[in-house]
Design a protein around this ligand. Structure first.
Ligand code: SF4
Ligand code: SF4
Length: 69
């Protein structure tokens, strides 16, 4: 497959704020608060650790498709 990762995003509606992803992020890019969670895009290295560890599959890979506008 020919794609680049554009961003890693959390689908808030699918996330139960368990915090599992926070512990596996090597870049310290996931910020979990009382009722919200965000990925700080400027810190994220797109390693995908969080994507694979999330028990609810709430973290999505946003692809940047080539040859497509
Ligand atoms: S591991 Fe998944 S469900 Fe848990 S806080 Fe992270 S995104 Fe939300
Ligand atoms: S992709 Fe990697 S660096 Fe980015 S938020 Fe997830 S675990 Fe952290």
């Amino acid at each position: 497959m020919n794609y680049k990762i554009k961003a890693i995003k959390i689908s808030i509606g699918e996330c139960d704020l368990c915090g599992t992803c926070v512990g596996v992020c090597p870049a310290d890019a996931i910020e979990l608060k009382e009722s919200s969670i965000i990925i700080i895009q400027s810190k994220c290295t797109k390693c995908q650790n969080c994507v694979w560890i999330c028990p609810l599959s709430a973290i999505k890979i946003i692809e940047e498709k080539k040859n497509e506008k």
